[in-house]
Design a protein around this ligand. Structure first.
Ligand code: NAD
Length: 248
């Protein structure tokens, strides 16, 4: 069950956090994983090590998803070298939290550039390749706050809601080409992105989670892996919530 042998999988933002976990699970399932990120290779090496410890294969690719040109070159390069791209996980994301009146122009531009334009850039270049083999999987990392909203996260939640719209539209555009497009919307997950939250805020958050615990990166990675598998071939345009029941 859930084997990905022979598949080429690109995970953006794969050098750490949730992306690293996804690389490990996809690699363990047999995919040739490419972790793409802006961080230095020394950071990404931990992903390579984790994947290989799990018995998988992973390579690093320096990539800024905000550059359409870089993304296109990178996808063409992978296609030329490995002959196909089967899986794209649009996981790269940033959060610049602030109340509306304190949000800067740069916060808006940067957040949308990475979270939304970055995902569109990658989807456009990868789907162009996937269409040739009439098969593919795209998974976009949304967020619970893209559906519920959250004070202090106006720009981030708007960007994640945009990803849900993107997911639904792409699922309709490319279903006839054998390409599925889904979103995974994590709740509160234990990563670098959330570790700096004040203790008080963490307690409050856990109080709102019916399953009574913070999610682990593996909880999210498992949903991503399932959506990438053959077993999920009849699922497209969906938002899979991995949030401990925080929002149902
Ligand atoms: P993280 O900050 O640990 O990892 C994000 C990765 O994206 C980093 O490696 C970063 O270098 C990379 N990245 C940033 N800008 C990039 C760019 N321009 N090009 C390529 N890579 C870039 O965050 P995380 O917690 O692992 O989150 C991963 C995804 O899941 C994000 O999209 C995030 O919004 C989403 N998410 C996380 C949580 C959570 O609780 N951690 C909850 C909901 C959604």
């Amino acid at each position: 069950m859930f084997r990905l042998d022979g598949k080429v999988a690109i995970v953006t933002g794969g050098f750490r956090g949730l992306g690293r976990s996804m690389c490990v699970m996809l690699g363990q399932a047999g995919a040739h994983v490419i972790a793409a990120d802006v961080l230095p290779d020394e950071v990404g090496q931990a992903t390579v090590d984790a994947v290989s410890q799990a018995g998988g294969k992973c390579e690093l690719m320096r990539l800024d998803v905000t550059s359409a040109e870089q993304v296109d070159q990178a996808m063409r390069g992978v296609h030329k070298r490995l002959e196909h791209i089967d899986i794209l996980v649009n996981n790269a994301g940033i959060a610049r939290d602030n109340l509306l009146l304190r949000v800067s122009d740069e916060d808006i531009q940067k957040t949308f550039a990475v979270n939304v334009t970055g995902a569109i850039n990658c989807a456009r270049s990868a789907i162009r390749v996937m269409m040739r083999s009439k098969a593919g999987r795209v998974v976009n990392l949304a967020s619970v706050v893209g559906e519920t909203g959250n004070p202090g996260q106006v720009v981030y939640s708007a960007s994640k809601a945009a990803l849900i719209g993107l997911t639904k539209t792409l699922s309709r555009e490319y279903a006839s080409r054998g390409i599925t497009v889904n979103a995974v919307a994590p709740g509160y997950i234990d990563t670098d992105m959330t570790k700096n939250l004040p203790e008080e805020a963490k307690k409050l958050m856990i109080g709102q989670i019916p399953l009574g615990r913070v999610g682990q990166p593996e909880d999210v990675a498992a949903a991503v892996m399932f959506l990438c598998s053959d077993e999920a071939s009849y699922i497209t345009g969906q938002v899979i919530r991995v949030n401990g029941g925080m929002y149902v």
